[in-house]
Design a binder for this molecule. Sequence first.
Ligand SMILES: [Zn+2]
Length: 163
Amino acid sequence: MTFEYCPKCGAKLVPKQIGDEGDVPYCDTCKRPLFPFSYPCVICLCVAEDGEVLLIKQSYGIIRYVCVAGYIKSGESAEEACVREIAEETGLEVRSVHFLYSKYYDKHDNLMLAFACRVNKAQPKLSGEVSEASWFTPDAAYDALFEGAYGRDMLQMWKTMSK
Ligand SMILES: [Zn+2]
């Protein structure tokens, strides 16, 4: 996202030379540069102690199996966002969080941060945003995910990492 007006005070931004960055949109009222940015999101491969993977179906949009995902809130770390999103959407408790990779997703201007999250296996408690959540073996999870899904890359990477 590139700013034209200050998101805080609404003033029109002016270009200002900032170090090596060149001209950056700048708010003369707030005295701050507004660097272009992408919205950071986490996407979580939830893995139980027996190796099974939890996939969910969202209640909106195209109904297919996906991994838990969500936006990182202001003031929150990526790891905290994983713990919160998993708790909100599935009620599951996270034991540990492992960074896998990041990827830019241009459709929604998102920086996707992919994590493998070890969770305590339990019956999921679904939020209103989730219509279904099921446990899969890694191979079955791979098949349940659509071609090109982040989850497929995450499964492959997790397999290599946890060998
Ligand atoms: Zn301002």
